[in-house]
Design a protein around this ligand. Structure first.
Ligand code: ADP
Ligand code: ZN
Length: 740
């Protein structure tokens, strides 16, 4: 290609440089007649090969190295939506550089899917809440008994008095929603911005001393960048601190970005925001929105109509021209890490973004990520602590460790736990059994030869599940389903037994022990249907449930005031995990699930069944001592040269043939060694899940003492990797990996 500049004779800038969603990390030049500096950051439609693509205009120029006869013209510039603001373009550049992706691909990821394609007509967004119209009220009162679906929804609307006539979308089941669609057409209901649906909770409590201190400290930092870590035990009133700061920002005319790990697990948080700021526009942003809804929410933010954007990790890329504050709730949660495709940590991106925008970022958690804790200890983040529960009567639950070597569990349950449950049933209080394994039993075992059924496609055991039609063996990694055989394929023995406990089996055992108890299981299988989670929460709140059995999804952010006992089974598993982060996750889960007990006036109790009651991790849980746990864990990490004391990147390779993946990684390693940077390159090894759906997964760990040096190395290494043959190999680079 000629290096000479070709000048195009027009009056305004004549060359537009466009970023497209391709792995090629470069801009593409086009002829344009009317592009001006205002168009930087706008979406354009342009011919690309034989296709038409949407790209983002990033630069204007008078000259190009492309020969004139090869230079194509832009089809169109989208001026109906505002351009991506400069700070978002800067964020994209940082992101592309740090995570080593092409700028065009990063920009495409930042756009809502509907705007990655050519224009489509807008659809109205779903509202956050609905209320009956005059007609609707009259009609709703007269729905006959037999019409169950309509009657149920009518009752939801009519339950309250005065202002309590609106229903939040989070409270609607799928059945409600289908009725609602009809009612919207008939103008029986209308969308509203949620207001004081519950006047009681709208009362602003007087802050506790600790809350007041935290609020004052963050206020003092409001006009510049600062990263603040709000460490508060469950129920200490972190949300109230958020609300006060949001109020400040809104009063200054600013927008606020609130990130949550999983939107459907946090309806109570959304409601509290909606109720506290009834006149403000609150939009949700997450991947479960329909394309049109997501685009509209994004445009509301970009065009400045939205005051509060509350969303999951992808919301960290929302354009916010008046951004004044970023809050990351449950900042330790692994849901902030995108684990596939373009991997990134939304928490880290949030901190970088706050820095760039010179605004404060508040990270809240009862069990901060060890990375964040270390940042606070070393002065990079400001630490603010809430050590007591906010309600004057609410005390932290008492944690007891039940030694399962002396109190031998039968069907997974110790006598101590059973009698605890019995007590709660007698007192009419609720209990929760936490077991982080769904299905009936983790394995099906041959009692003759010890054979355990493997997945034929993955390096994992099949999990036994049970439904109305009987037992099935299911692979939790590739979805394979098999019927359990009559006899062991190895020795022919007919005595095949479920080994261990899953949520279904615990549910069954509890039903045998307590035939009168109303038991509800909540795990990914029962919560799969949309709206199922909200329906379950309602049941628990209405006290139609005595015992909840659930995985970690019940542990998150829920406030069940009548729950006074939490039983934990099967936790020891995590202590023997080869993943060095397993204990950090276990500690967070235990603290979180323990936090569900005794939220209001009722004191709570937590019983943990374990064969290692002296283990320091459990001892810290018993004392509710996160700092103690963190100090020990960080000391171990430092001793073992693990993050956060070193920076890592993981080169992952996947192939049908193990040799192909290995060959690629060995070549990658050799290429890295030629750079002579002194970076630590480990030997390629199999991933912890070595095979999924017949694809072999291998990885190469790269490690450095300083982030900067690692980044420098990656920048030099990546072009070499792209030049490797790597036939049949899918590879990707994961900077700051969280799973191995
Ligand atoms: P966290 O988010 O730290 O788990 P929440 O913000 O949900 O805690 O607060 C726990 C409970 O305490 C809630 O019911 C909340 O309404 C209440 N609460 C928060 N702050 C106060 C306060 N200053 N006075 C009284 N109650 C409070
Ligand atoms: Zn499988």
């Amino acid at each position: 290609m000629s290096e000479a500049k070709h000048f195009v004779p027009t009056l305004s800038a004549s060359i537009a440089r466009i970023a497209f969603d391709t792995p090629l990390d470069r801009l593409f030049d086009y002829r344009t007649v009317d592009a001006c500096p205002d168009d930087i950051g706008r979406r354009v439609e342009a011919p690309f090969g034989t296709r038409t693509l949407i790209g983002v205009l990033l630069e204007l120029a008078d000259a190009t190295a492309v020969p004139l006869e090869n230079l194509k013209s832009l089809h169109a510039i989208d001026r109906s939506t505002p351009p991506l603001p400069a700070d978002l373009l800067a964020l994209a550049r940082f992101f592309a550089g740090y995570y080593h992706h092409s700028l065009g691909a990063v920009l495409a990821m930042m756009l809502p899917p509907a705007l990655r394609r050519a224009a489509t007509p807008a659809k109205p967004a779903e509202a956050l809440a609905y209320r009956l119209t005059e007609t609707g009220r009259a009609q709703a009162e007269q729905i006959p008994k037999g019409h169950v679906a309509r009657k149920t929804l009518a009752e939801k609307f009519l339950r309250g008095e005065g202002t309590r006539t609106e229903v939040l979308r989070a409270d609607l089941t799928p059945r409600d929603k289908s009725v609602l669609r009809d009612w919207l057409k008939q103008a029986w209901v209308e969308p509203v911005t949620p207001s004081h649906a519950d006047v009681q909770t709208d009362v602003m409590p007087a802050l506790t001393d600790e809350q007041a201190f935290a609020v004052a400290a963050i206020r003092a930092a409001a006009h510049a960048f600062s990263a603040l870590l709000l460490h508060g035990v469950t129920g200490s009133g972190k949300t109230e601190v958020y609300l006060r700061l949001v109020e400040d920002s809104l009063a200054r005319g600013q927008q606020v970005l609130v990130l949550v790990p999983e939107i459907h697990l946090t309806p109570q948080l959304i409601e509290r925001f909606a109720r506290r700021f009834p006149g403000r526009k609150l939009v949700g942003l997450h991947s479960n929105l329909a394309a049109g809804e997501r685009r509209n929410a994004w445009l509301d933010a970009l065009e400045g109509r939205a005051d509060i954007v509350l969303g999951t990790r992808l919301a960290v890329f929302t354009p916010l021209p008046r951004l004044g504050l970023i809050i990351v709730d449950e900042e330790h949660d692994s849901a902030y890490k995108q684990m596939e495709g373009m991997r990134y940590s939304a928490r880290d991106v949030a901190v970088w973004r706050a820095h760039e925008r010179k605004v404060p970022v508040l990270l809240g958690s009862a069990t901060p990520a060890l990375e964040s804790w270390r940042n606070a200890r070393e002065g990079r983040y400001t630490l603010l602590s809430l050590s007591k529960r906010a309600h004057s009567q609410a005390v932290l639950p008492k944690v007891r460790l039940i030694d399962s070597r002396t109190d031998r569990p039968r069907q997974g349950l110790t006598t101590a736990l059973l009698s605890g449950l019995e007590q709660r049933l007698q007192r009419g209080e609720q209990s929760l059994i936490f077991i982080n394994r769904r299905g009936y039993a983790p394995t099906l075992l041959c009692n003759g030869c010890g054979y355990v059924f493997p997945c034929t496609r993955c390096s994992a055991h099949l999990v036994l599940h049970r439904n109305q039609s009987g037992y099935r063996l299911v692979c939790h990694h590739c979805g394979l389903i098999a019927r359990p055989p009559e006899a062991c394929p190895e020795c022919g023995n007919l005595d095949l037994r479920p080994a261990g406990q899953g949520t279904q089996r615990v549910e069954e055992t509890l039903a045998e022990h307590f035939p009168a108890a109303r038991i509800l299981r909540i795990d990914r299988d029962t919560a799969a249907r949309k709206g199922a989670f909200a329906a379950m929460r309602e049941q628990v709140e209405a006290r139609e449930v005595d015992i909840l059995v659930g995985t970690q999804i019940v542990a998150k952010g829920h406030d069940f005031p009548h729950l006074t006992l939490v039983g934990v089974i099967g936790a020891d598993q995590a202590l023997i995990s080869p993943d060095f982060r397993a204990s950090e996750r276990l500690f967070a889960q235990l603290m979180q699930v323990a936090g569900r007990a005794g939220r209001a006036q009722h004191p709570g109790e937590v019983l943990i069944q374990t064969a290692y009651p002296r283990h320091p991790l459990y001892q810290s849980v018993m004392r509710h001592d996160y700092p103690g746990f963190a100090e020990t864990a960080l000391r171990e990490r430092r001793g073992a040269d693990f993050p956060p004391y070193v920076s890592q990147a993981l080169l992952r390779a996947e192939a049908r043939e193990e040799a192909d993946a290995l060959g690629f990684l060995l070549a990658a390693r050799d290429a890295g060694l030629t750079l002579k940077t002194g970076i630590l390159l480990f030997d390629p090894v199999a991933a912890l899940m070595a095979r999924i759906a017949n694809h072999h997964r291998m990885q190469l760990l790269v490690q450095a003492n300083a982030r900067q040096r690692l980044q420098q190395f990656l920048g030099q290494w990546l072009p070499l990797l792209q030049a490797l043959p790597g036939k049949g190999v899918k590879w990707s680079l994961d900077v700051d990996p969280m799973d191995y």
